[in-house]
Design a protein around this ligand. Structure first.
Ligand SMILES: [Zn+2]
Length: 164
């Protein structure tokens, strides 16, 4: 389901992918940062990230992320999720949990296009992250949950900590 969303947005990967996974992760990192003109403020050692825009007084917008270096399935998924926020734009999807959904969809679609393994741990992380985003939205008074997010309604109604 998540992948089909990305396919509508147009998957992109080099025609010839490096065979070695480390080389592939390095190319993924360089290619996406250059394509979307994104600056990494901090390479995190933890499996968490953040994406934001910095607006200068003269109107210049700088795209920034904190992220782990893509070196395995989980770090690559988080890296692509943060890039995805910039690729889809910060004003395109409301509420915030729907933006999270599309950033993950973008991430999984990009990993698939690059033929990078999407592990069960990554899928579980995506699910937990969206459960958390939905619970947070509901706690903050979200009135109508977008249909895409119904599968991520947590049975407990809230998630206790932020998986990212
Ligand atoms: Zn996010």
């Amino acid at each position: 389901m998540i992948q089909s969303v990305w396919e509508r947005e147009g998957a992109r990967a080099p025609i010839v992918l490096p065979r070695g996974m480390l080389a592939r992760y390095e190319l993924l990192q360089a290619d996406l940062l250059s394509l979307y003109d994104i600056h990494v403020r901090r390479w995190r050692s933890s499996m968490s990230g953040a994406a934001w825009e910095e607006h200068d007084a003269d109107g210049t917008i700088t795209r920034v992320i904190d992220t782990p270096r893509p070196r395995g399935p989980m770090s690559a998924a988080i890296f692509c999720h943060e890039v995805g926020h910039h690729a889809i734009g910060f004003d395109r999807y409301k509420p915030r949990c729907l933006e999270e959904y599309h950033a993950w969809a973008w991430s999984l679609g990009t990993l698939a296009a690059w033929d990078v393994t999407i592990s069960d741990r990554v899928r579980a992380r995506v699910h937990e992250s969206l459960e958390y985003a939905v619970a947070k939205g509901l706690r903050r008074g979200l009135k109508r949950l977008p249909d895409e997010l119904v599968p991520f309604l947590s049975e407990l109604g809230c998630a206790s900590d932020n998986p990212g």
